[in-house]
Ligand binder design. Structure first.
Ligand SMILES: Nc1ncnc2c1ncn2[C@@H]1O[C@H](COP(=O)(O)OP(=O)(O)OP(=O)(O)O)[C@@H](O)[C@H]1O
Ligand SMILES: [Mg+2]
Length: 246
């Protein structure tokens, strides 16, 4: 369903054809219903890769296809209706919480599903939140959950989750994990999520992409990755290296 073919992105800073590669040689195929955790050290390009997959950045080389159709043959808006990126830093638009929740339906001319919004707010432990409140006055953790719900309401086939529980305490992290589990079971959405919590990756995904050196160096089952990673970089990353990194 999602085909990533030899994707490369040159450095943002230098707008010339000889700029060094930030990401290169990225290929993978993702089937319906897969849940993947994207792991790697800070600055490796995890967010950039997710943003490429939702065409918020354009690949300099290679191709990305949805059901065999290249992003080059589709409008970015239609692409993003199917591949939704939930940003690492939640951004609230001017207006109330409810205005924010209605944004995807307005953007894509879809009806606003108030019942579903209410159900998701409850699952995210936000049922007591005043929906008339100015969205930019929410706490970081509230914004993060509203941004997630806003994206889920789009009902995209693929959702890209960039550290979506990084600002949350333990009970809210658990609630978001359960909400996503339930969503995955009922909707069959492909989920690709960045996390720095290795335990969370083990809990929620069945496949791991491990990034190092600007590419995916391991693409394997979660069990295989945590039991027996094939590179020394990954072994060190999960704390099983021969020499510890500090
Ligand atoms: N819009 C941009 N303009 C310039 N440089 C950028 C931009 N986006 C990302 N970069 C650079 O690309 C590199 C990869 O950044 P990215 O945010 O993808 O890393 P990451 O793996 O998500 O890191 P973290 O785990 O800290 O979130 C970094 O060196 C970053 O400075
Ligand atoms: Mg990031």
């Amino acid at each position: 369903m999602l085909d990533i073919k030899q994707v490369a992105k040159r450095s943002f800073h230098m707008k010339n054809a000889n700029a060094p590669y930030l990401l290169s040689n990225i290929s993978a195929t993702v089937d319906k219903g897969e849940r993947i955790s994207l792991l790697g050290a800070s600055g490796q390009g995890k967010s950039t890769l997710l943003r490429l997959l939702s065409i918020l950045h354009t690949p300099d080389e290679g191709d990305i296809c949805l059901d065999g159709v290249s992003f080059r043959q589709m409008s970015p808006s239609l692409w993003r209706k199917q591949v939704c990126y939930v940003a690492q830093q939640a951004v609230m638009l001017p207006g109330s919480v409810e205005d924010n929740l209605k944004v995807p339906s307005q953007l894509h001319q879809l009806p606003y599903d108030q019942k579903l919004a209410k159900r998701l707010l409850e699952a995210a432990r936000l049922s007591s939140l005043d929906l008339k409140k100015d969205a930019r006055e929410l706490s970081g953790g509230e914004m993060q959950r509203i941004a997630l719900i806003r994206s889920l309401l789009l009902r995209s086939d693929i959702i890209l989750l960039d550290e979506v529980s990084s600002s949350l305490d333990a009970p809210n992290t658990l609630a978001v994990e359960q909400l996503l589990d339930e969503w995955h079971r009922s909707e069959g959405t492909i989920m690709i999520g960045v996390t720095h919590e290795l335990k969370q990756a083990e809990r929620v995904s069945s496949r791991i992409w491990f990034m190092a050196g600007g590419t995916i160096v391991e693409d394997t089952s979660t069990q295989q990755f945590f039991e027996n990673p094939s590179t020394e970089t990954a072994r060190q990353f999960i704390g099983r290296g021969q020499t510890e990194v500090h």
